[in-house]
Design a protein around this ligand. Structure first.
Ligand SMILES: O=C(O)c1ccccc1N[C@@H]1O[C@H](COP(=O)(O)O)[C@@H](O)[C@H]1O
Length: 214
């Protein structure tokens, strides 16, 4: 099985190196003020500069981004993909894709099968999907909380776009998560941290090793 992994919420050169050396296919950087992983586009640009051209895709993680942020990201970090993790409509996703020239990953908050069904409407405008756990009511963050959803909700589902499983993954449960959900892509943030926003290079390596063993 060839599963590809995204390590999300990176903010130090050490964590970026651990992800690249461990074989991550995607590196995620968060642009959301309430997140402990929040970066400026300029800081993310400095982190990705040394790994450009190494075949790893860079992802800017945003929540209902405005055009000012999209333009600033494309002028500085120049991500391969923009993840939208808010209440974006298909029309807004199309605008973001056209304005940026980058592919868009649309994230969905999942607690039931009907949440997974929402993805269909985004097929024409999205390069990839990401299914994450629905955050608890009142949570300051729409993702990156370590919350899980019922992985069987993805089992047997077919999409015309590759899809990520996200939400509460870690080095110890990722193999089961892939087996149960059948997802071809996995995404992790807090499960490879030693505290909020503090990525642990050893946990990044352990997560990627667990994925490679499949
Ligand atoms: O990580 C964040 O702080 C974040 C902020 C705003 C939107 C999305 C965010 N994270 C996304 O959530 C997944 C799952 O996180 P976790 O593994 O459960 O901690 C993460 O990989 C990002 O794609």
């Amino acid at each position: 099985m060839s599963i590809r992994a995204k390590i999300c919420g990176l903010s130090t050169p050490e964590a970026v190196s651990a992800a690249v050396e461990g074989g991550a296919a995607y590196l995620g950087f968060v642009f959301f003020a309430k997140s402990p992983r929040n970066l400026t586009p300029e800081a993310a640009g400095r982190l990705v500069e040394p790994i450009r051209g190494q075949g790893v895709r860079t992802v800017a993680v945003t929540v209902d981004p405005d055009d000012v942020l999209i333009d600033r990201l494309m002028a500085t970090m120049k991500p391969d993909l923009i993840q939208v993790h808010g209440k974006e409509t298909p029309a807004r996703v199309r605008q973001i894709a056209e304005r940026s020239g980058a592919g868009v990953i649309k994230a969905f908050s999942v607690s039931s099968a009907s949440d997974v069904d929402q993805a269909r409407a985004f097929e024409p405008v999205t390069e990839q999907f990401l299914f994450d756990a629905r955050p608890v009511e009142g949570s300051a963050l729409p993702g990156g909380t370590g919350a899980r959803f019922d992985w069987t909700l993805l089992d047997g589902r077919r999409f015309s776009r590759p899809h990520f499983l996200a939400g509460g993954l870690d080095p110890w449960n990722v193999a089961d998560a892939i087996r149960v959900s059948g997802a071809p892509l996995v995404d992790v943030s807090s499960g490879v941290e030693r505290g909020p926003g503090l990525k642990d290079p050893a946990l990044i390596t352990a997560f990627l090793d667990a994925v490679k063993r499949l």
